[in-house]
Design a protein. Structure first.
Length: 507
C-alpha cells in the first residue's frame, strides 16, 4: 500500500484522488507520504493499540468486513450485540476505532458507491426561442443589525444569457410573479417564444392526475401574452440549469455581504449590478458578453401584448408545511387538508384577520381557516382534515371496474390508465369511486368508448363525460307505443306446444 500510494503521488494524483482510488482515508494517505520506506516498515511492525476490551471479537469483525466491506462501524456494533449478548458496554467511538484498526491492518477498504447519471449538454437554442424562470430566497444583513429575508425572481434568456432579477420582502404570489414577468419583458424589450418553469405552486394549482392545471390568473396571463409556458419534470434540474446557476450567482456575487436598507434601493442596486456585472461581464460558458448578445437577440423577441399592471400588496407570510399536514404558529399546530403536504419544500401563505388564521396556497387559493388559540402547545384541527382510510390499490381497481360495468372496455380503460399515469393511479381511482355512482350502464359504456377512441385516460374527463351523457339521456322524451304503432303481425297468436310432449321428454 505504501508503494502504491507513493507511485500514484509521483504520477500527479492528489491526496483525495489517491484516497478514493485505493479506498483508505485521506489522513492515512498523508501519513504514508510523510514516511520514508524504512519508517513505514518500522511503523507497521509496531503493535497497534486496539481496544483490549474488544480483542475477543477480532476474528468476528475481520470476517464480517472481509465478506461485507461496505458495512459501517455502527452496523458492526449492532451485529456484535446481536451475536454476543454479553458484549461489553463501550462507547461507539471505541467500536469505530476498533473497526478502523482492523480495516487498516488487513487493508479492507470501504467501497464508495456513487449514484451515476448520464448527462448530455443541451444544444444552444435559437435567438428569441427560450427563457428560464426560477425563484430564490436569501437572508440579508440589515443596516443597524438583524437580518431581512428577501425573495428574488430570476428570468434569463437562454441564448444570450441576458438576465433580469426582481426582489421583494414577501413570498411571491401568482399576481406578484405575473408583475415580475411584465418587468422582465420590459427590461428585455420583448417576449421569448417559450419559458421553462419548475412545477411551482405559484403557477400551478395541481398536477391534475398527470395533466397540469395552472392557476386562473397565470393561465389567463399566458393566453393573453405571446409565450408558451413549459413546466419541467420534477427532480430534473438540468433542463433549466441556466437559471438555477443565475440564482446561485445572484446570491454569491450580488447579495453576499450586502446590507439591506429598503426594497426600492435593493432593486435599483440590482439593475445597476446587472448592467455592470451580471450582464456586462463575459459569460464563463459562452465566452460572450450577455449585454452584447442581447442586442442581437432582442430583434427576435415577440412584441409585448399585455399592459403593465402593478398588483395589490398582500400581507402574507410564508410558513412551512410539516409532513403531518400541519403548520406551527406561535406555539400551536393547525391542521391542513390531506394532500396539502407535497414534500419537504411545501409552503403556504398565512395572514391574520382579527382572531382568525387564514391559510392560502402560494397562488393565493384558500386552504383553511382556524380560530387562533390563546393557549400553547395545542393541536387545532378541523374534523374534515382527516386522514385517508381508503383501501389498497388492487381493491380499488376491482371496485372501480365494477362501477364501470365490469366490461372488457372497463378493464381496458383501467389498464391504459395504469400505464399512462402510474404515479396518479390511486388519485384517479379514488375520484372515479366518488364520481361514478348510480349511473346508467349504457351511459358509462358510451363515455368509455369516447375515452378509448380519443386516448383520454383521466378520471376527471371520464366523470365529466358520464355526467354529460347522463343529462343528455335524461332530457330525451320517452317514446310511447300506441296500439296503432304495433305491427299487424303482433296480433297473430303464436303456436303452442302440448304439455304431454314435455312430459314424455322428461320421462
Amino acid at each position: 500500500m505504501w508503494h502504491k500510494v507513493n507511485e500514484m503521488w509521483s504520477n500527479g494524483l492528489n491526496k483525495s484522488q489517491i484516497s478514493r482510488e485505493v479506498g483508505i482515508h485521506r489522513k492515512t494517505v498523508r501519513l504514508y507520504l510523510q514516511m520514508e520506506e524504512d519508517e513505514f516498515y518500522a511503523w507497521i511492525s509496531k503493535k497497534k493499540n486496539l481496544p483490549l476490551k474488544l480483542q475477543a471479537y477480532h476474528d468476528f469483525v475481520r470476517k464480517e468486513l472481509e465478506n461485507k466491506p461496505y458495512l459501517s462501524a455502527a452496523q458492526i456494533e449492532d451485529r456484535l450485540k446481536e451475536h454476543y449478548p454479553d458484549f461489553p458496554m463501550v462507547h461507539s467511538k471505541t467500536v469505530y476505532n476498533f473497526v478502523q484498526g482492523i480495516r487498516n491492518q488487513y487493508d479492507i477498504g470501504k467501497p464508495r458507491h456513487e449514484n451515476t447519471r448520464e448527462y448530455q449538454k443541451r444544444e444552444e437554442c435559437a435567438y428569441g426561442e427560450e427563457a428560464q424562470v426560477d425563484f430564490g430566497v436569501y437572508n440579508m444583513l440589515k443596516q443597524g443589525g438583524g437580518r431581512q429575508k428577501v425573495w428574488v425572481f430570476v428570468m434569463v434568456l437562454s441564448r444570450s444569457r441576458q438576465k433580469f432579477i426582481y426582489f421583494q420582502t414577501n413570498p411571491f404570489t401568482t399576481s406578484m410573479a405575473i408583475y415580475a414577468h411584465q418587468l422582465a419583458f420590459a427590461y428585455f424589450q420583448g417576449v421569448p417564444k417559450k419559458i421553462l418553469y419548475d412545477q411551482d405552486r405559484v403557477f400551478m394549482v395541481d398536477e391534475n392526475l398527470g395533466d397540469l392545471l395552472l392557476t386562473n390568473d397565470f393561465r389567463h396571463y399566458v393566453r393573453n401574452e405571446s409565450f408558451e409556458a413549459i413546466f419541467c419534470r420534477k427532480a430534473d434540474p438540468e433542463t433549466k440549469g441556466k437559471v438555477e446557476n443565475v440564482v446561485k450567482y445572484v446570491k454569491q456575487n450580488f447579495l453576499r455581504g450586502r446590507e439591506f436598507a429598503n426594497l426600492e434601493e435593493l432593486n435599483q442596486l440590482a439593475l445597476a449590478w446587472l448592467k455592470r456585472t451580471g450582464n456586462g461581464k463575459q459569460h464563463s460558458t459562452t465566452r460572450l458578453v450577455p449585454l452584447e448578445e442581447w442586442q442581437v437577440e432582442k430583434k427576435y423577441l415577440l412584441p409585448i401584448r399585455t399592459q403593465m399592471k402593478e398588483p395589490e400588496n398582500y400581507q402574507f407570510k410564508e410558513y412551512h408545511v410539516l409532513k403531518d399536514h400541519t403548520i406551527a404558529y406561535k406555539g400551536n399546530f393547525y391542521s391542513l387538508p390531506l394532500g396539502t403536504y407535497k414534500g419537504k419544500n411545501t409552503n403556504v401563505l398565512v395572514s391574520i384577520q382579527e382572531d382568525k388564521l387564514m391559510i392560502h396556497s402560494l397562488e393565493e387559493q384558500h386552504i383553511a381557516t382556524h380560530i387562533i388559540s390563546i393557549l400553547k402547545g395545542k393541536y387545532v384541527r378541523h374534523s374534515d382534515h382527516a386522514r385517508d382510510k381508503s383501501s389498497g390499490i388492487d381493491e380499488k381497481i376491482t371496485l372501480v371496474i365494477e362501477r364501470l360495468g365490469n366490461s372488457n372496455k372497463a378493464h381496458e380503460f383501467i389498464e391504459k390508465l395504469r400505464n399512462d399515469k402510474p404515479r396518479y393511479l390511486n388519485d384517479n381511482l379514488r375520484l372515479l369511486l366518488e364520481k361514478i355512482v348510480d349511473h346508467d350502464s349504457m351511459v358509462v359504456e358510451k363515455a368509455l368508448d369516447y375515452c378509448l377512441e380519443n386516448n383520454f385516460y383521466n378520471a376527471n374527463q371520464l366523470a365529466e363525460l358520464v355526467t354529460y351523457y347522463q343529462k343528455e339521456q335524461d332530457v330525451m322524451p320517452e317514446t310511447s307505443i300506441t296500439p296503432t304503432d304495433v305491427p299487424l303481425q303482433a296480433h297473430i297468436m303464436p303456436v303452442t306446444s302440448k304439455i304431454d310432449t314435455y312430459e314424455k321428454i322428461i320421462s
